[in-house]
Structures are given as structure tokens and as C-alpha cells.
Write a protein that binds this ligand. Structure first.
Ligand code: PLP
Length: 374
């Protein structure tokens, strides 16, 4: 059996180790320290100067804290893109609130402006204005920022921008992770850069950043005794892991270029196979192409490709199963147009790591060509 080809594996730059060594030499083995501050400032400079960044233990923790900062509580309703990873939605439940799932549009596969407005109007007519909108840049493709934020503004609902998959993407030359009232990033092991586990909360409001860090470090008031006036969390990023992040930020643009090259390679390799299509960047959209996704004509063909690649030790995955199809969310209200159900049937994520070798990429494309007998 040939070696395993993973969907998206960590890719170190070689610079991480010296940051880690420095953390050990200086004994900053704690959820605070110079690398945490340095990593935050690296991200801040990358996104742009007026972003404020709080480094946290995961993207999920960042979404949870984001909802806390937006005062989401018991009985509130929060709109969430249905086509996403469960971590976008779970923190709504942590807060005792109700997720309202909204379907996608076909161009970016992200939250559909028409369905969003239908959902907001319907929720208001039923007596509750949603307290937040969680919009996601899926697989690195920006959501329809202008349209979504226009609707959010019209109804005065804050947007929590889930940019976990979209660090390095941009919309009309503005970086993803800077559009939401609060945005979040993830540095999990499968993301475009990684700290093994980690995340960040991004906001333009320095007070909100300070509040996020305060809540993420157990909400200890400024007093010698252990004084608490709010419920805290243990959500800060470790200084050791932030060191990995500093080594990764250094090569982020290379990683984006490498992932985009994977997409180009796959697209070019399958240009004669009419059955296979790819999502395109609309004008002004720039995707980091975190994962390259294939659209096939049917679930049968998608499964045929997946199982034949699996037999060759090549990992592929169906697109995210929509949240409105998840047993755990079966009772949640939903506004559905069929787009995410269809994508889930027909879509397949291909191996997309920035460290794939030419040989590995060729193994993937020849396996798929063999499936189509071309
Ligand atoms: C990975 C991911 C998250 C969660 O980030 P973690 O760092 O793994 O907690 C949230 N939303 C989306 C869309 C993700 O892909």
C-alpha cells in the first residue's frame, strides 16, 4: 500500500522550533507571554492595522466568547449558516440560545442573502428579532459580504464572522476576518496555518479585545484577593503554541499560494471530464482555497470516487453535512432552499495540503481519471 495522502495536514516552516525553544529557555510555559503578544501583533499586521486580536485556545472558544461579548443568552435566537462545521453552531447552545439555520446560495456556497432576509422577517413576525448572525467563509471562499452586511445593518443585527477557514482570503482586497462586528480565526491542525490547536477573536474595538482577554483568563478582577464579578473561561492561547503560530505567520502567503496552486492543478487536470466542476471566484473574491472541492453529478458518483480513492489510501471527504440535517439540531428552525442539501450530495473535498508533493497530486488525479476511464 502506498503512503497515506491526507486531506489537509500540518505544514511547518522550520522556524517554529526556535520560537518554542525560546519559550522553554525563558520559562514562558503559560497561557500568556511574549509569543502570545507577538502572535497577536503578527496577525494584526497581516489583517490590517485597525484590527484588534485576542489569541485564544481554539476557534470554537473564540465563537463562544464572541457570543458572550454580544450578550447572547438564554432564550435568544441566533441565525447561523447551515452549511458549515458544527463548531460554528455549538456555542449558540452553550449560551442557552436557539440556532436558526439559513441555507446557502450557489455562487459562494455561503449564507444566502434572500433566505437570510426571509428568516429575519419571519422570526420578527413570530416575536423575536435574532440577536446575531453567524456567517462563514466556507473552504476559504468569502461569503457575499456586501449583501449580508447590508441586511444585518438594516435590521441592526451584529455579524459574527466565522473566518476559521479563510485566513488569507479577501473580498475586494480587504482581508477576511475584518468584516464582522466580531470575527474569529482557527489554527487547528487541519487549517491553512496551525498552532496544533488555537484560535483568535478579532474586533476593531480595543475595549472588546480587552474584555475578551479578561473573560478568557477566568474573569479575575483587578484585586489582590481572587475577586469575580463575572463568569470567566480558561480560553487563552499557550505561549508555547503561540510560538508555533509566529513561525507559521511568516509563511502564510506561501501557504495560500500553494493551496491555490492545488486548485489550479486539479482544475486543469480534469478539464476534459465534463462531469466534474469547481466553484469559481466571483469578481473581487479571493479565496485561500483551503480545500479544493469537486462537484460531481450525483451522490453515487461522489461515493464512487471517494471509495476508489480510499482504496488507494487517499483521504477525501464529502462537503460539510448541513446543520439542519444533523440529528442534534433536528428541532432547530430552518430556512432552506435546497442548495446546501444538493452540495452535500454531490460535493467532494480533495487532498489540499500545502505540503502535497507532485507525486501525491498525480496519484490523486490519476485515480480520478481511472474512475472516469480517461
Ligand atoms: C475549524 C472550524 C471551526 C472551529 O475551530 P477550532 O479551532 O477547531 O475550534 C469553526 N468554524 C469553522 C467553519 C471551522 O472550519
Amino acid at each position: 500500500m502506498e503512503s497515506k495522502i491526507w486531506l489537509s495536514s500540518p505544514h511547518m516552516s522550520g522556524k517554529e522550533q526556535s520560537f518554542i525553544n525560546n519559550a522553554f529557555e525563558t520559562n514562558w510555559i503559560a497561557p500568556l507571554g511574549p509569543h502570545v503578544n507577538g502572535f497577536e501583533s503578527d496577525i494584526q499586521h497581516y489583517l490590517k492595522a485597525d484590527s484588534q486580536v485576542a489569541a485564544l485556545s481554539s476557534g470554537t472558544a473564540a465563537i463562544h466568547l464572541g457570543l458572550v461579548l454580544l450578550n447572547i443568552g438564554q432564550g435568544d435566537e441566533v441565525i447561523c449558516q447551515s452549511k458549515t462545521f458544527s463548531a460554528s453552531a455549538n456555542p449558540i447552545i452553550y449560551q442557552g440560545a436557539t440556532p436558526i439555520f439559513v441555507d446557502s446560495e450557489k455562487e459562494t456556497w455561503n449564507i444566502c442573502p434572500e433566505q437570510l432576509e426571509i428568516a429575519i422577517k419571519d422570526r420578527i413576525s413570530k416575536g423575536k428579532t435574532p440577536k446575531a448572525i453567524i456567517a462563514v467563509h466556507l473552504y476559504g471562499m468569502p461569503y457575499k459580504v456586501t449583501e449580508i452586511h447590508k441586511i444585518a445593518k438594516a435590521y441592526n443585527i451584529p455579524v459574527l464572522e466565522d473566518s476559521a477557514e479563510a485566513l488569507g482570503s479577501s473580498y475586494h482586497s480587504v482581508k477576511c476576518g475584518t468584516f464582522g462586528d466580531i470575527a474569529i480565526l482557527s489554527f487547528n491542525g487541519n487549517k491553512i496555518i496551525t498552532t496544533s490547536s488555537g484560535g483568535a477573536l478579532v474586533t476593531k474595538d480595543i475595549k472588546l479585545k480587552e474584555r475578551a482577554i479578561f473573560l478568557a483568563t477566568q474573569a479575575r478582577e483587578n484585586a489582590v484577593e481572587y475577586l469575580h464579578e463575572s463568569i470567566g473561561y480558561n480560553y487563552r492561547l499557550s505561549n508555547v503554541l503561540a510560538g508555533i503560530g509566529r513561525g507559521q505567520m511568516d509563511v502564510l502567503d506561501d501557504r495560500v499560494n500553494e493551496r491555490r496552486a492545488n486548485y489550479d492543478f486539479y482544475k486543469d487536470s480534469f478539464k476534459t471530464i465534463e462531469e466534474l466542476t469547481f466553484i469559481k471566484e466571483p469578481e473581487g473574491y479571493y479565496s485561500n482555497r483551503w480545500l479544493t472541492c469537486l462537484l460531481t453529478p450525483s451522490k453515487t458518483i461522489r461515493e464512487g470516487i471517494r471509495t476508489s480513492l480510499n482504496a488507494l489510501n487517499i483521504e477525501t471527504r464529502p462537503l460539510w453535512k448541513p446543520m439542519h440535517q444533523q440529528p442534534v439540531f433536528k428541532d432547530a428552525p430552518k430556512y432552506i432552499n435546497g442548495v446546501s442539501d444538493d452540495l452535500f450530495e454531490k460535493g467532494l473535498c480533495l487532498p489540499s495540503g500545502s505540503n502535497l508533493t507532485e507525486n501525491e497530486l498525480n496519484r490523486v488525479t490519476s485515480a480520478i481519471k481511472t474512475y472516469f476511464r480517461v
